[in-house]
Design a protein around this ligand. Structure first.
Ligand code: FEO
Ligand code: CA
Ligand code: CA
Ligand code: CA
Length: 548
C-alpha cells in the first residue's frame, strides 16, 4: 500500500509539476533549480495568496531494508570520514556516532572547505568496551567515552576525479571533545547553581546544531546525563548550546548559558526585523517545549566574531501554543507563578537557576509540552518556522509531525504567533519520526527520519523499512507531500544533512549502523563495507550527481 501510494503521488506530481520534468531533463546535476527568494508575507501560504512552485531533481526511491545507503538513480556517495579515521598530522581520530554536519567553505569554494561534525554518543560494543560488574567504566574507558564525543573539524575537498576526500594534511583539522576546556558565558557563569565556575570540562551528547551569521558553529548538547554520570562530571555543566570557530583555534570554545539548559537538539539562527539575533531551539524529550532566544543587542555585520557576545545577554522564551504566545522565562515571572510554594521558590532564586532548569520554568509559566521537538529550521522564503516533532507514544503520536509556526507580522522578533501542522508521519505520507531538517533553494524541506533502531522494520514501522531522507515541498501543489531521496543502512539513522552553497553536494552523516548488534562477531550491519573491515562504522558521506 505504501509503495502504491508513493507511486501514485509521484505520478500525480510528474503529471502536474512541470518543474519536476524540466529539472529531470536538464541534466544540470544540481539537486534543485534555483528560484528567487522573494520574502513573501509569512501568512500568505495560509490563504493561498501566492505560492511558488517547488521542484524535484530526482526520481524518488522506494523504502528498502538493504544494508546500504541507497540513493536515486544518477546519484553517488563518497565516504569522507568514518569512526576511527585519522583526521590530522597530530593523529587525532574521528569520533563516534556522527550527527550534525556543517560545511565552511575555504576561500568561498564549493569544492574545498572545513566540515564540522558532531559526535553524539559512543558504543560499549565498538568504542569503550562494557562496564565492570559494579556498573562503572575504568579511567581508560572514560577517556574513550569523552574523546569520541563532541565534534570534529575536518578539511574536505573534491578531487579531479570528482571524489570527495578528507585532507589530513589540513592546518585546521582538530578535535573538540569531552576533554576540551569550555568557557561559560551569560547569567549562569560563576553562578552558585553551576558551582561558581566559569570554565568547565568538555562537550558531549552533541546532536544537531546550527551556523551563526558570523560563521561559527553552534552545537547542541542533548542527552548529557549518562556521560556526565559515568565520567563523574557536574551535570549542570552540560545541556547547553556551545560555540566553536572552526577556522580559528584562538576563539575560545564557549557555552552560552543565556540560551538555557535542556536537551538541546539544535540552534536555528535568524534576525528580528529590528536587527536582533533570534535562535530557535528544540528540546528533544517527550512533553518538552519549543524555545527561542532573542538578544538584547543588535547584529552588526562588520563586528564579525565579536557578535558572539550577543548570545550572552537576552531573553529566553518558550512557546505557549494554546495562546499563541512566547512566554519570557524570567526569575520574576517564575517567582510570581510559584504563588508562595517554598520548593519552587527554593529552586529558582536567580536568573541562572531559571536557565539551568529551563524546562521546569517553562512548564510552570504555561509553555506547551509537545511531542519531542527536534530540529527547527527557518524558511528562507517566508520566514515561517518549521519544527520536527519526532513522536510521543505517550500521546499516541507514533509517527510524529512537522509543525509550522507563523510569527505575527512576519517578524521573528514577534511575541505572538499562529501555527499549523505542515506534515504528518504515517502510512499515508510514507515517513515516520521526522528529525533533522534543511531547506534547498526550491523551497523543499529535506527531512531525515529517526525511527529508533529497536523499532525500525517492526510492527507498525514495517512499511517504512529502513530510516531515510525525504524531500517535502513547502509550497506549490505538492506542499506537504514527502518524496524519498535516500534509505539508510540497517539500524542506522541519517542525520545532519548539509548542502554546499552551490547545492551540488549534500553532506550527510550515517549514524549507528548495526546498532542492535549483540555479538561483535555477528554485526547486523557492515556498512560502509570497507575492504578488510570487521565492524560497521558511523561515517559522513558526500552525495552528488554523476552529472555534477
Ligand atoms: Fe539526538 Fe534528538 O536526536
Ligand atoms: Ca537528532
Ligand atoms: Ca532523533
Ligand atoms: Ca539519534
Amino acid at each position: 500500500m505504501t509503495e502504491e501510494l508513493n507511486r501514485r503521488k509521484f505520478l500525480t506530481y510528474v503529471g502536474t509539476g512541470v518543474t519536476a520534468l524540466t529539472v529531470a531533463s536538464t541534466g544540470l546535476g544540481v539537486f534543485a533549480p534555483k528560484v528567487q527568494a522573494e520574502g513573501t508575507n509569512a501568512a500568505s501560504h495560509l490563504f493561498g495568496i501566492k505560492k511558488k512552485v517547488s521542484g524535484l531533481s530526482f526520481t524518488p526511491i522506494k523504502p528498502t531494508d538493504k544494508d546500504e545507503l541507497v540513493l536515486p538513480r544518477g546519484y553517488k556517495y563518497d565516504v569522507v570520514a568514518a569512526y576511527g579515521d585519522v583526521i590530522n598530522q597530530k593523529g587525532d581520530t574521528f569520533g563516534y556516532n556522527n550527527d550534525f554536519t556543517m560545511f565552511f567553505p575555504i576561500n568561498g569554494s564549493d569544492e574545498r572547505g572545513l566540515l564540522w561534525v558532531n559526535h553524539e554518543y559512543t558504543s560499549d560494543l565498538w568504542v569503550t568496551g562494557p562496564k565492570n560488574k559494579d556498573g562503572k567504566y575504568s579511567k581508560d574507558q572514560i577517556q574513550k567515552l569523552l574523546y569520541n564525543q563532541g565534534g570534529s573539524i575536518i578539511e574536505v575537498y573534491r578531487d579531479e576525479e570528482g571524489v570527495w576526500k578528507m585532507d589530513t594534511a589540513s592546518q585546521y583539522a582538530r578535535r573538540i571533545s569531552g576533554l576540551t576546556p569550555f568557557q561559560l558565558t551569560g547569567p549562569a557563569k560563576k553562578a552558585d547553581v553551576v558551582g561558581k565556575v566559569d570554565v568547565v570540562q568538555g562537550t558531549f551528547a552533541n546532536c544537531s546544531g546550527g551556523k551563526t551569521l558570523w560563521n561559527t558553529v553552534l552545537s547542541a548538547e542533548e542527552n548529557y546525563e549518562s556521560t556526565s554520570m559515568d565520567a563523574n562530571l557536574n551535570e549542570t555543566h552540560y545541556g547547553w548550546i556551545v560555540e566553536v570557530d572552526p577556522y580559528n583555534e584562538s576563539f575560545a570554545p564557549r557555552k552560552h548559558t543565556a540560551l538555557g539548559r535542556f536537551h538541546h537538539e539544535n540552534a536555528a539562527m535568524g534576525l528580528t526585523k529590528d536587527g536582533r539575533i533570534v535562535v530557535y531551539m528544540g528540546d528533544d524529550k517527550t512533553d518538552a517545549c519549543v524555545y527561542k532566544f532573542i538578544s538584547k543587542g543588535k547584529y552588526v555585520k562588520s563586528r564579525k566574531q565579536a557578535n558572539s557576545a550577543l548570545l550572552e545577554d537576552g531573553t529566553l522564551y518558550a512557546a505557549d501554543m494554546k495562546n499563541g504566545k512566547w512566554v519570557a522565562l524570567t526569575v520574576d515571572a517564575v517567582k510570581a507563578a510559584a504563588k508562595g510554594n517554598k520548593d519552587i521558590l527554593g529552586k529558582f532564586k536567580t536568573q541562572a537557576d531559571v536557565l539551568v532548569y529551563a524546562h521546569d520554568a517553562a512548564v510552570l509559566l504555561g509553555a506547551t509540552p509537545t511531542d519531542r521537538p527536534e530540529d527547527v529550521e527557518i524558511s528562507p522564503f517566508d520566514r515561517t518556522v518549521f519544527i520536527a516533532h519526532t513522536n510521543n507514544s505517550k500521546h499516541g503520536n507514533i509517527h510524529g509531525h512537522i509543525t509550522r509556526f507563523i510569527e505575527d507580522n512576519d517578524d521573528l522578533g514577534s511575541l505572538t504567533f499562529d501555527f499549523e501542522i505542515f506534515a504528518c508521519g504515517g502510512r499515508q505520507s510514507g515517513f515516520s519520526a521526522p528529525d533533522n531538517l534543511t531547506f534547498d533553494s526550491s523551497g523543499n524541506l529535506w527531512t531525515v527520519t529517526d525511527i529508533s533502531s529497536s523499532s525500525v522494520n517492526k510492527g507498525v514501522f514495517t512499511t517504512f523499512k529502513n530510516n531515510g531522507i525525504f524531500v517535502i515541498p513547502t509550497m506549490g501543489d505538492k506542499q506537504g507531500d514527502a518524496f524519498q531521496f535516500a534509505s539508510a543502512p540497517v539500524e542506522a539513522e541519517l542525520t545532519g544533512p548539509c548542502f554546499t552553497d552551490d547545492e551540488k553536494t549534500l553532506f550527510l552523516a550515517v549514524q549507528h549502523p548495526g546498532e542492535e548488534t549483540k555479538d561483535i562477531k555477528k554485526p547486523t550491519s557492515m556498512w560502509p563495507h570497507r575492504k578488510g573491515d570487521n565492524q560497521p562504522r558511523p561515517s559522513v558521506v558526500a552525495i552528488s550527481s554523476y552529472k555534477y
